[in-house]
Design a protein around this ligand. Sequence first.
Ligand SMILES: Cc1ncc(COP(=O)(O)O)c(C=O)c1O
Length: 365
Amino acid sequence: MDIVNEAFASNWIAPLGPHVDAFEREFAELIGAKHAVALSSGSAALHLTLRLIGVERGDEVLCSSLTFCASANPIVYEGGRPVFIDADRATWTMDPDLLKLELQACAARGRLPRAVIVVDLYGQSADYDSILNVCSEYDVPVIEDAAEALGATYKGKMAGVFGKAGVFSFNGNKIITTSGGGMLVSEDENFIKRARFLATQARDPAAHYQHSEIGYNYRLSNVLAAIGRGQLRVLLDRVAARRRNNRLYRESLSGLPGVEFMPEAQYGRSTNWLSCITIDPKAFGATREDVRLALEAVNIEARPVWKPLHLQPIFAGCRTRGGQVAQEIFEDGLCLPSGSNLTDEDLERVVGIVQSIAGMRRHKI
Ligand SMILES: Cc1ncc(COP(=O)(O)O)c(C=O)c1O
């Protein structure tokens, strides 16, 4: 709060300012990235990345299928064509074997994709050793969409630092938020400089307003950066709270027939941004939709797992490698309430409802 007050007191409400620079520096330091630029959203960060990588009309870009539409929309902004890769059941993130098969097929066709967007899902990082191995074989850059995974680790390193660029979101529902905002990180200083330039309407260095390229209004304001700085200080507490939610849910629900939790991969530490389960209707005696509606009836919001992008009307006709795993996770998957401020009583209420549905349906059968 002190930092935000300072931003107002200094009257530096206009875009840019000292808190933006400090937020970028502190963020980069926290996750172990070399360079960072604060932006108006995660979507803006992805869009700039694709422009800088040089996606052009007709270019293919591979992307995880099990994710939010924002992971793939910027491919279409640039006239590119998304190609979707299925999830690995063991992590729910991109399946590296299917990625390899797709890249082999692209190479055989003589047309490699311009980039691969890998999503760190619901707080869990993808398997970067395998993914980077395959992509470096074909010299295709990896973009890490870590919008949902700030604070997660992969083999001891923070998520977001594995590709050519890493993308984060501070949208309202994320583990830390500036109400809206994003961050783009990279090891490549020039890449971040170019991103900063394009995000500021590509203004040439001249006293008057001169523009030789089309840019965007994608920067984060000084006030929102001040909020972000305050939020960074509570990140580790938030991760601990989210992991605790997950542990308590597991203790109470994992014994129910047909209930499985999103697996935590051995290679890293998930933030459990959202605690997700799948419900096998045959074993459980009710569907995930029955559970969601029972929660909704008492004003508790739970949401289905992302509908895979290869099943979305906007991406109809896009090529997909696999797809069945993401579809099954979607059909049976439910994101339980996962806020960092949930109390034991809140969690017990959710657990009680899920347990009662399981019991009820078993009686009926
Ligand atoms: C996986 C993923 N990628 C990208 C985004 C886009 O971030 P933003 O909402 O900040 O544009 C989000 C969330 O909103 C997301 O969950």
